[in-house]
Write a protein that binds this ligand. Structure first.
Ligand code: LLP
Length: 415
């Protein structure tokens, strides 16, 4: 069988190999399934590096003043931090935990930006202690905390620009009615307050995530620059990705063009991509456990995953594609279910597989962002490992959780 090209949903450089099996980073995922077990998050390292470079080049072609900041909530994994640090990016962390992992991954503290609408005193103190580059202040209460805990800290102010971009309401953040940031009309008071005891270097806004239209990003730069003259404007992340072959997100290049067009000359524009750096780099592999045909109703294909390892279909009605790893193609319309004791545990509602059988390895693409990140232990299921593949070599960068891990934090009653 000749190698067959795959849609843009799959990692760059992936293909169907000579025996018809899906391969990424030069590794056959059916072989990975027997080596590492399933379910597993599998990433093509080169894909992540290529996207980081694409971002840097798209901005460098248009501006001398910019910073690409990896929004690490999309994939807060030490190995990913290491990879993006090596690529020369900066990094956004949304909690003390992400800050810890970013430092462990090798990011210099001055390249880190701390976000969050309710950072605790402990998180702020930890950030200040590490010498963090910048804290994105989100409220008057936080400004008060920062003045006390970290006087002189470099800060940016997060404002809600009053822009509503088309995306799921749970991941829309730019509208005025939001828990995040200062409403526009409070920005002058926040600026005045921040200048008293802190080092205010710029403004920040993030309008949401998985966004395909580019106009809101132009408007964003215009709105922020109208607030005042600052050396730094952080315009957030949000560029959408393809989850199915029918999705046609804008290119990183077009996004950079529009994002920069709204910002005035002379300012440094910070851009915080998460999903678009890692989403298409990762796939999840599963093993088919049962195939249940309900005559006249439908076929259910159950795999060894579910809402513990990919919460997105249940939380946002996110739509994914699926294939049998060594038999791409359709023929059997079916619904792909997980293994939880819950009817809502459906990973793909409308799938079309090639005669799925028990024991088949199943691949779901575009799970690289917010999959591992939002994994949990519902039904006490151990979380999957993370496997990085490059040039035909596969390595676990996060091991599979064990049953013993599940009891690791138990406090036994005293005898
Ligand atoms: N910057 C800030 C301040 C953010 O809040 C976010 C995402 C980003 C950057 C990165 O956005 P991205 O480039 O990844 O769109 N769990 C949801 C996504 C939540 C996004 C939260 N903030 C999901 O699975 O779709």
């Amino acid at each position: 069988m000749a190698a067959v090209g795959l849609s843009h949903v799959y990692p760059l450089g992936s293909r169907l190999n000579e025996r018809g099996a899906f391969e990424l980073g030069g590794c056959d995922v059916v072989e990975l399934a027997s080596e590492f077990g399933t379910p597993a998050y599998v990433y093509a390292e080169d894909d992540m590096r290529a996207r980081a470079r694409e971002y840097v080049e798209a901005f460098r072609a248009r501006s001398e003043r910019f910073e690409i900041v990896y929004a690490s909530k999309a994939f807060p994994c030490t190995a990913a931090y290491r990879l993006f640090a090596e690529e020369g990016l900066s990094c956004d962390v949304a909690s003390g935990g992400e800050l810890y992992l970013a430092l462990k991954g090798g990011f210099a503290p001055e390249r880190l930006y701390l976000h969050g609408n309710n950072k605790t005193e402990a998180e702020l103190a930890y950030a200040a202690e590490t010498g963090i580059g910048c804290v994105i202040a989100d409220s008057f209460d936080e400004l008060e905390r920062l003045e006390r805990i970290a006087p002189g800290q470099r800060v940016m102010l997060r404002v809600t620009p009053g822009i509503k971009a088309l995306t799921h309401s749970y991941i829309s953040t730019g509208q005025e009615d939001s828990k995040f940031g200062f409403p526009l009309e409070q920005a002058p008071a926040a600026i005045e307050r921040a200048q008293r005891k802190l080092d205010l270097v710029g403004l920040h806004a993030h309008i949401g995530s998985q966004i395909f239209e580019l106009e809101p990003f132009v408007k964003l730069g215009e709105i922020l620059s109208a607030i005042g003259d600052y050396p730094l404007l952080n315009l957030g992340g949000g560029l959408g990705i393809a989850y199915t072959a029918a999705d046609r997100p804008p290119s990183i290049d077009d996004y950079a063009e529009r994002l920069l067009s709204g910002a005035p000359d002379g300012v440094t524009v910070l851009c915080e991509p998460g999903r678009s750096l890692v989403g298409n780099a990762g796939v999840t592999i599963y093993t088919v456990g049962t195939v249940k045909q309900i005559p006249g109703v439908r076929t259910y294909v159950a795999v060894d995953g579910g809402m513990f390892e990919n919460l997105r279909p249940m939380l946002y009605d996110a739509v994914y594609e699926a294939e049998i790893a060594d038999r791409f193609g359709g023929g059997t319309p079916c619904r792909i279910a997980g293994m939880h004791c819950e009817s809502g545990d459906i990973i793909v509602r409308e799938a079309d597989l090639a005669e799925p059988r028990v024991g088949d390895v199943l691949v779901i693409p575009a799970t690289g962002a917010y999959g591992h990140a939002m994994a949990n232990n519902y039904n006490a299921l151990p979380r999957p490992p993370v496997i990085f593949c490059s040039n035909g070599n596969a390595r676990a960068v996060v091991r599979r959780e064990t049953y013993a891990d599940l009891a690791l934090r138990d406090v036994e009653p005293e005898a």
